[in-house]
Structures are given as structure tokens and as C-alpha cells.
Design a protein around this ligand. Sequence first.
Ligand code: SF4
Ligand code: SF4
Ligand code: SF4
Ligand code: FES
Length: 600
Amino acid sequence: MEIVTLTITINGQTIKAPFGSTILQAARQAGIDIPTLCNHPALVPVGACRVCLVEVKGQRNLQPACTFPVVDGMEVQTETPALVKARKFVIDMLFSQRNHFCMFCEMSGKCELQDLGYRYGIDHWIYSTYTKRFPVDATSPYFLLDHNRCVLCSRCLRACDELPVNRTLGLGQRGADSMICADGIAPLGSSTCISCGSCVQVCPTGALFEKHSAFMGTDEKMSCTKSICSFCSIGCGMTIVTRGDQVQRIESDWEAPVNGGRLCRKGRFEPLYDGRKRLTTPLVRRNGKLAEADWDEALQIASEHIGRTDAAALGALSSGDATNEALYLFQRLFRRELGAAGAGLLRGGISRLTGMKPGKLSDLENSDLILLIGADPTKDQPVASFLIKRALDKGAKLVIVDDRENSLSPFAWQTVPSGDLDKLLVMAVQASRPVVLHGAEMTADAAKSLMQLGKKAVAIALEPAGNGCAARALGFQNGLPSGTHRLLYILLGEEKDIGENLQQAIAPDAFLIVQASYTSPLAEKAHVLLPSAIWSERDGTLTNTEGRVQRARKAREPLGESRQDWEILALLADRLGRKMGESFDDISAQTVREVQGKEI
Ligand code: SF4
Ligand code: SF4
Ligand code: SF4
Ligand code: FES
């Protein structure tokens, strides 16, 4: 489609702007600054605060730049004396409403209202301040809502509507007493809030702020590292905010192609509250008890035992959440170099619907029919459920194939029992842009039926493990490879533990080497325990469920003596006389070639 370009003038400068853009968008594209408050680039503008007022030639009144569309030949002024006066009036009014005593506010130094105050020289109140005290809602486990600092810009409720599509927030009371409220009147902690944190990230003032990073200093003291969430297979882009070696908070990356600024509780908040005990030094079993050792001793013992074990008696299992580099080295060392019966996955990858068009999550946006089968994304891949709900808002229909209640059932147009797939095929054939989203619970029969759709539908697999897509491309099988394992090497990483069935499959006399980040019942059984870095301490690539290879970056050094998973495997391989690569970059390049060279 051809994009029509319009010519407009802002402050005497002639610029080009695409048809359909607002004055604010056109100005920003041209590097012209117009102050804003209620506007957020990720949200639909509403023109509520009047901070962005501009003069448009031919218009009788000042107009909000964030909602006013450009027309060809338009002439705009953004900073005349009349505009400055109007803006100062608006900002004065906002400061005089509620409690904006910045020196006592947690967000002082990172507040957009305060920035506007500085910009327009607001150094005292010219209107009497509002003396009513509003409540503070501290019931959410992760953030606070202080109504005293709220400027009623509505960014939070638009974020809740548009990003997770959860619609928890609304506006209660009237006039100057208006308050943001959850489910009409509920405290946030007992409301339908799913703690995605989108509202907190978009709030321009100190009204919504995170508990974990509160009172830990202003943003100048923080460092930001762009990375990728590995807590499910969606692979959301995120920014890790650190002060020194402490992770303060996790923010979404508005530019990330997969999630477009969305994050879920698993990605944004839960990692900050992981109370498990970290492993910070290698441990080896001496006289029946695990005792501290250095890396040299631990790797020596591990390599000696591996070296003297027959390939047929060697078992190897990896977490599917490990980076591409760790998975690549794991399978190369154990399967290719040592000839172990197989390199298995702790939590299995899923098979693909062959013959259908492989899809991207962005295909959901323009789909008219979404078929969800064998998956519960609200629970397992929450951002995928946000994207589904967004597509439903745009007119798509959701059909769920499940014999049980699914968390998305309340949004479904129809629920089809797994034995009635013919009906599903008819619906898909009649649709214009059907998308099949399938998960680990899809049966082989259902897969066979769906594959009859061929290129008529786009198929997206929802991998159960964070990096399951790469594991599948690298040839990992599900579960423990068959055979009697006299030695078992388990890359547990950050997983809580392995399932009971796998625990029972470990022979009591097997020599157990575990590479893990936290103590756990499995780690306690190990003969050699190798401490590994966690999500915020690792460099590498991850392959999301669509097959998109993305770069994860470390935001802090590994704790204690722990090391990155790929590094532990490279050191172990070296001890075994198998050289895996010269450097991280070398190993990463081999890995990406290997992963992308396979069908994923
Ligand atoms: S945390 Fe998410 S779900 Fe909860 S109120 Fe905020 S935007 Fe809505
Ligand atoms: S809580 Fe924050 S985002 Fe929501 S209306 Fe108030 S100031 Fe705006
Ligand atoms: S949807 Fe998955 S990848 Fe995205 S934030 Fe949540 S856990 Fe992380
Ligand atoms: S930013 Fe335009 S009206 Fe608020």
C-alpha cells in the first residue's frame, strides 16, 4: 500500500509527515520537542491533560498535538508566549491538585510532572493546594498506588485495557475526587489484576511505583541492560535495571518486536522475589557429604568419571531454558563427542504441524479465527494470551479445543471437544486468515486432523520450555535417554527440580553431576555440583517459540564463583580433551549457525 506523505510547517520548519499521523508524531519524527503528560507512545492518545497544546493556523483554539491529525499545508507553532502561558496554567493546576511535594516523593528525579515543573519554572504554588488526603493502596504484592500523587492522566487504565487487555482499572468518584480504581472498588491485591506491571511502567508520576525498587535511588544511579526474558518461550524483550550488582527492577522494552512493551508477572516481578538459596561455589561429595571445592577439583572429578564411563552407560539431561550456546555445547559434547545414548530434555519440546505455514505471533493481530489447541497460554505463555485478547478486540474469533476449562474459555466464541475436530476444520476453511496455536497437550490425532489444513492456516507452536525451539532444532529428545545410566549429567540451571518420574529413573548407584543455580532435592543428591549463573548474569542467545534468535545480555556478574552454563560445559569439554571454541563469540557463532540451519 502506498503511504501518502503530507507537507507541513512546524515553527517555520517544513517537514514531511505520513497521512494519518498526529502533530505530535510528525514533530517527534522531525526531532521537534512538544511537552506531553497523558500521552504515551505505546497507548492510544486521548488528549486529556492539555500539556501538549499547540497553535494551528486557522484554528480558533489551541489544539492538543497528541490527538490533532496533520493535514497537507498545515502551519503549527509549538512554543509561543500564549502556549507557554496556557501550559504553565495547566501545570500549576496539576501541582495544586493533591500532594505533589516532590522532596517527599519516591519518584522525585524520575517524574514527568516534576520535569514539566522545572521546564516551565514552576517554583511555588500559585493556587492553594488541595488538602484532602487520599488513600494509598499497598495491597498488590508488587506495587503501590498512591492516589495523592495521581494526576488522572489515564495512562494506567489505557495500559491495562490495551497491553494485557485485562480491563481491571477504571475511574471512580467524580470531579476533583476522581480516583483510579480496580474492578470498581476492590483493593488491587484482591482484584482481577494479574500483576503484569504495565500500568506501573507507564505512570508518569509517583502514583504507581514498584515495591522492590522503591527508595533505592534515582535513575542516574541505575544502569539499564536490554535482554530477553527466558521464563517462557515467547522471548519478550526486557530491560534489566541494576544499581551496582543488585537487580532493582525489570521493565519491558517498548521496541521489542515480540512483545511490543508487554511483560507478564513471571517475567517482570517473580524473578525479583525468588527466595531459593543460590549455589555459589562448586561442591563435591566427600565421605558421603557435599563439601566445598574449587573449580579445578570439581571439573577434574567430573571429567575423570565421565572419561571412564562407557558411552552406553552415559546419560545427559538438560533444562530447555538454557541458552542456545549451552544447549549446543551440551549436545555436541555428550552426543557427538562422547557418543552418549542421547541428550534428553527435562521438559519436552513439542512436535510441529508439518505442511502448514509456520507463523509468527504477530499473525494473531490480523487473524479472523484463532484455534487454540492443547495449550493454556494465560498460565504458561501469558503474553501470548494478551496478544490473543488484543486480536479478539479487533474482531477475531477464538475457538478452543479442550475437554477441560481453559483460562481463555470466557473469551471463546466456541469450545470444541477434542473428539469433534471435523467441525473445527470446517470453521478454519471458511475463515480468511486462520491461525492455529498449539501446545504440548495436543494429541497425535488432533495434529493429524489439523495438518489437513495445509497452507490454508498458519501454525504457531507454544513450546513448554523457554528455549524448547532451539533444543528441538539441536535434536534433543524428551526425557531421559533409554538405557542404564551409570553416570548422569544434568544441566538443571534455574529449574525448580526434575519431575518425580525422572527422579525415580535415576539409578541409586549412578554417579550424578548436576549443573544448577539453586539448592534443590536433586542438587543435594549430586556427587559433583557445579554452580551456574542465573538469567540476569548470563550472555547468550535464545530462540523463541517462533524460531526468532534473540540476544540475552548479562546485567551483573555471576554470584560468587558461579559461571555461565556454556562456560562450564566448555571448561568440562576442555578437561576431556575436546576443544569447543576459542571464545564466547566463536561458540555463539557456531551455535547460531547450527540452530538456524535446522528447521525450527
Ligand atoms: S498490573 Fe497489569 S493487570 Fe494489574 S492493573 Fe496494572 S495493567 Fe492492569
Ligand atoms: S495512577 Fe499514574 S498513570 Fe494512572 S492516572 Fe494516576 S498518574 Fe496517571
Ligand atoms: S510471556 Fe514469557 S517471555 Fe514474556 S514476560 Fe512472560 S514469562 Fe517472560
Ligand atoms: S499529552 Fe496531549 S493532551 Fe496530554
